[in-house]
Design a protein around this ligand. Structure first.
Ligand SMILES: C[S@@+](CC[C@H](N)C(=O)[O-])C[C@H]1O[C@@H](n2cnc3c(N)ncnc32)[C@H](O)[C@@H]1O
Length: 246
């Protein structure tokens, strides 16, 4: 049975494609979907047909979502640039930059992950969610001459060691909340629906709960579904600090 905690539904463990089918039946569409799979690098196994397999999943997810964010290491995400669903247009190549990866790797240490943002031609974006107070005031007075947006490089520390201790769940590939706040707030407004069918520790759910979005979450691993459900129980909606945080 699915749980529903403050507008977040967490499906019982199932494959991503089954989750998409169920989502289509129940909700039809959503404003935003996040696809953050294993990266074909060992954790979660390596598949020879990774590109074909993931392209099919990307197409299915795009068929139910206005905005899609597709994550991975840059050399993997790059393989999909020529295979984006035709229903969507390319918006941006986003980079999550972190400089605190532990130095256990010989050679180049990872300091980034990539994310392709695609959307349907009619889908709205919300750069106004990132205005500071002075800019909001100018906007209210009709004096904001252009709409500044956030940069395509999102800087946020990797959750490792003592960094983000309170946020850490024990999931091997957990994204930091500030990274998902940026992408979800760019594609949605209050009350909108976000679908994350490979949700891991449930970062999408936490961000949606904090910012008044609804979410449907799924993962194939029972352990991660339980982790996500527990995380949702602990989360509470956040009072917006300022009007811009909507
Ligand atoms: C990179 S992690 C997602 C991390 C997540 N964004 C977070 O912040 O915690 C990828 C997740 O995809 C899940 N997964 C792998 N294969 C799947 C499948 N076929 N269907 C659904 N989930 C799957 C894994 O169990 C894993 O939790």
């Amino acid at each position: 049975m699915a749980t529903n905690s403050n507008n977040v539904d967490v499906y019982d463990p199932q494959d991503v494609l089954d989750a998409v089918a169920r989502f289509r039946e129940t909700h039809g569409r959503c404003q935003c979907a996040i696809l953050d799979p294993w990266y074909n690098k060992g954790v979660g196994g390596v598949r020879d047909d990774y590109v074909e397999y993931m392209s099919a999943i990307l197409a299915e997810i795009a068929s139910v979502a206005d905005h899609v964010y597709f994550w991975g290491f840059p050399e993997i995400v790059a393989l999909f640039m020529e295979r984006l669903p035709k229903t969507h247009e390319f918006v941006a190549w986003l980079t999550w930059y972190y400089k605190n990866n532990p130095s256990v790797i010989r050679g180049w240490r990872s300091a980034q992950q990539a994310c392709i943002h695609i959307k349907t031609p009619d889908a709205r974006m919300y750069p106004e969610h990132f205005l500071n107070e002075a800019q909001l005031e100018k906007k209210a007075q009709g004096k904001l001459r252009y709409m500044p947006g956030p940069t395509s490089v999102i800087e946020s520390s990797l959750l490792v060691g003592f960094v983000g201790r309170k946020e850490q769940t024990g999931h091997k590939s957990q994204k930091p909340v500030p990274v998902y706040e940026q992408i979800i707030r760019m594609a949605t407004t209050e009350g909108d629906l976000v679908f994350d069918p490979m949700c891991g520790s449930g970062t999408t759910g936490e961000v949606c709960l904090k910012h008044g979005r609804r979410a449907v979450l799924n993962d194939i691993e029972p352990e991660y579904v339980e982790m996500t459900r527990n995380r949702m129980e602990r989360c509470t909606p956040e009072e917006p600090l300022q009007a811009a945080l909507i």
